[in-house]
Ligand binder design. Sequence first.
Ligand SMILES: *[C@@H]1O[C@H](CO)[C@@H](O)[C@H](O)[C@H]1NC(C)=O
Ligand SMILES: *[C@@H]1O[C@H](CO)[C@@H](O)[C@H](O)[C@H]1NC(C)=O
Ligand SMILES: *[C@@H]1O[C@H](CO)[C@@H](O)[C@H](O)[C@H]1NC(C)=O
Ligand SMILES: *[C@@H]1O[C@H](CO)[C@@H](O)[C@H](O)[C@H]1NC(C)=O
Ligand SMILES: *[C@@H]1O[C@H](CO)[C@@H](O)[C@H](O)[C@H]1NC(C)=O
Ligand SMILES: *[C@@H]1O[C@H](CO)[C@@H](O)[C@H](O)[C@H]1NC(C)=O
Ligand SMILES: *[C@@H]1O[C@H](CO)[C@@H](O)[C@H](O)[C@H]1NC(C)=O
Ligand SMILES: *[C@@H]1O[C@H](CO)[C@@H](O)[C@H](O)[C@H]1NC(C)=O
Length: 813
Amino acid sequence: MNTSPKGFLLLACSLIIPIISSGAIDTINTTHIIRDGDTMVSSGGMFELGFFSPGNSRNRYVGIWFKKITVRTVVWVANREVPLPNESGVLKVMEPGILALLNDTNATIWSSNTSRSVQNPVAQLLDSGNLVVRNAADNNPENFLWQSFDYPTDTFLPGMGFGWNFVTGINTYLSSWKTNEDPAPGDYAYFMDTTGYPQIFMTKNKVEHIRIGPWTGLRFSGTTNAIEDPTYKLIMVMNENEVNYREETIDRSVISRFTLSQSGVAQRWTWVDRTQEWVIYLNVPADNCDNYKLCGAYGSCNIANSPSCECLDKFVPKDPESWVRADWSSGCIRKTNLSCQGDVFFKYSGIKLPDARHTRHNESLTLEECRAECLRNCSCTAYTLLDLSKSSGCLLWFEDLIDIRELSQDGQEIYIRMAASEIDSEGKKPEVLIGSLTSVIVMVLLVLCLFLYIWKRRSESKIRKGRYRGSNEEHSELPSFSYSAILKATNYFSDDNKLGEGGFGPVYKGALEDGQEIAVKRLSSTSTQGIDEFKNEVIFIAKLQHRNLVRLLGCCIQGEENMLIYEYMPHKSLDVILFGGHLTSDRKRNVLLDWPKRFHIINGIARGLLYLHQDSRLRIIHRDLKASNILLDSDMNPKISDFGTARSFGGNETSAKTRRVVGTYGYMSPEYAVDGLFSVKSDVFSFGVLVLEIVSGKRNRGFSDSDYHLNLLGHAWTLYKEERSLELVDASLGKSFCLPEVLRSIHVGLLCVQKKPDDRPSMSSVVLMLGNEGVLPPANQPGFFLEREVIAQSSTTTTTSTNELTITMPEGR
Ligand SMILES: *[C@@H]1O[C@H](CO)[C@@H](O)[C@H](O)[C@H]1NC(C)=O
Ligand SMILES: *[C@@H]1O[C@H](CO)[C@@H](O)[C@H](O)[C@H]1NC(C)=O
Ligand SMILES: *[C@@H]1O[C@H](CO)[C@@H](O)[C@H](O)[C@H]1NC(C)=O
Ligand SMILES: *[C@@H]1O[C@H](CO)[C@@H](O)[C@H](O)[C@H]1NC(C)=O
Ligand SMILES: *[C@@H]1O[C@H](CO)[C@@H](O)[C@H](O)[C@H]1NC(C)=O
Ligand SMILES: *[C@@H]1O[C@H](CO)[C@@H](O)[C@H](O)[C@H]1NC(C)=O
Ligand SMILES: *[C@@H]1O[C@H](CO)[C@@H](O)[C@H](O)[C@H]1NC(C)=O
Ligand SMILES: *[C@@H]1O[C@H](CO)[C@@H](O)[C@H](O)[C@H]1NC(C)=O
């Protein structure tokens, strides 16, 4: 029991609410009139109906909003296309059973409709947010004359049905508002498509924009986050009368909604009582790969690749010229044409299923029968299991396969028709894996075995030219370089070639015989802790492929010496350019790091981190993100490096506790530094610090505001609160920067360094926030506001190894 004064106050308030609202009614009959200013409140006090004006508009609309929520959030609008000019409207229930909105000449400007008539109609606002018209004596939902849930505006609420009722002909779908001040239908719609097997489309001006699905029995293909959430139950009803999807909240105290924004982003929101704000936890589109048909027919989109579009294995670009120009719309074609006779099927895994408009299905077939069925008809291009929940049924495609993307989790399998001769070119087995879960496990084991094998041999090995690409990883191995080649490349580890000290040893620059420039990380033989980190780095980075992560070229083992070989980054690390101090003049820094480059770097780091957290197969927390771990290539593309302390976490697990805290002061989140709790949100904190450092050109650690003794975070927050954020901007930028981008970056940075991990946005939100123009939530006070005090408290158990690189706490608190 919460017996604190605050808890008591809350209790007292919740007792008072019913008394205050007891004057409000939830049901009106033909004798009642709702005037502008009057409201109806649902019996449990969840929702309220009344007149309102959106934004700065003076027009009046009848709408429904959450009663209990301090931020006015309208979930439904009656007269969305026909506003009232002033406060003179009234809402009435009338015979034969309609709800009507009248203006001051008693003309009906909006009304509900009904196909039946009743004697004594009433309108009732239910606790689900549904406004219904029914017979006063009949509570049965089946007999409702009309309900607002059939005609939603831009908001989908738990319990609301979404889709087609073939009996009434009603299609329940969402349409965005025009603007914040005009709830009339805007450009975007979000609806159930039943042309083939049910899937969802978001359209922009009636043109397909984003596709979600098809339904797989468990969820819509391509969605992952939705079912990770245990507070939801997804219900799909499919029969000859309806195709209806709805979501039920299991915990009734969770307040949530799903909306379609004016800019075409579908978002799931949850109300957080503690902070009194709506928090987004699902965005559609999540990234570029969600754009409908981006890669054309038989193309596959993988957001971790650059470029994102590739042809499916056994397919080649139809128009290679436009393909290299990044116009992928022409898609791909088979290397070998089908002959129909004796065709085979290749399995592709870990994908979002292709557009299912030209499909047929049969619930009673098994997968084997499904294959036979597809073989029988020459125009059948692919098949898959229909219902994952029952592991049965058959779904067949009859057109080119379009809108496929690779998924890092919860992807499906599909069997695509191929000419029999492709089997020979494949060698042995006709089943090609793309990023399936099994291949990840196989991969981890492979790399581990390989590593241990090399480790054991400890002998000089020959250079093997190994190529490894994301989708070919079964064949991948970490190439091994000969010690003599490395010695030659680094000029016998000469001091002139030394670039600096990395997480577990010195780093040298070198050039291989073929001219390729490399960086060699050498594990110092004295370091014991280093061996674990070395292994860690090998295990993680060998499997990560993203343009914003540094690329490992191979390793080299010689006696006690262990080395990792990376691509060389000509612009070294971000901290050198950003905080170069006396080495880098302001002018030079401004040339190298003007605002567009800085913004590019911020975005690149965000995408790299998003990949680590969400999209990579391992789901990784970096734990030591800082300016010196961001390397810059010749085009100033940022690359996250140093995975010596990274940790992988399982599907559901998103945080863990460690007894050994590694990381860097100034970048560490409070819960990690003090309690050893790390999660993706501790990386988000470090990212926030980095953003503020990039904007200000100043280190968080060591920064001291002369007036208030605040660190950089505190200083940024103080300026933000006083709406003086502009003063944070690096003086070397002069006046040449894009103001909205700068302010947005600072704001996002501050959101990321908020004290409470739950308040910090996820990296997917960060990427979206940086890229969009929407309104950002206000930031709360950052963690380590007065850094010095907190650090003093925890540093008693801290040993510092190198000057600032690794700190160790023998015991968690
Ligand atoms: C309408 O409801 C009121 C109570 O709210 C009741 O007194 C009145 O009789 C009802 N009118 C009709 C027509 O049912
Ligand atoms: C509302 O507007 C109408 C005409 O637009 C006007 O006749 C009427 O007096 C106005 N009513 C009020 C209450 O302002
Ligand atoms: C509108 O209807 C109300 C009640 O039915 C009536 O009192 C009022 O006079 C009507 N107003 C006009 C302008 O017809
Ligand atoms: C009331 O609505 C009717 C129908 O839309 C319209 O013709 C009329 O001008 C409106 N009356 C006023 C006073 O605005
Ligand atoms: C009610 O109105 C909606 C929207 O105008 C229409 O689609 C629907 O068919 C109507 N229903 C009846 C029963 O008239
Ligand atoms: C494959 O089929 C296409 C279209 O039917 C045709 O243009 C092409 O020449 C065929 N390719 C081969 C190698 O037969
Ligand atoms: C599904 O397959 C079964 C077995 O082949 C067949 O009897 C049935 O007619 C099929 N159903 C449909 C709807 O095609
Ligand atoms: C193959 O399937 C297509 C699409 O359903 C159908 O139109 C066609 O008649 C079928 N052909 C044969 C030979 O069954």
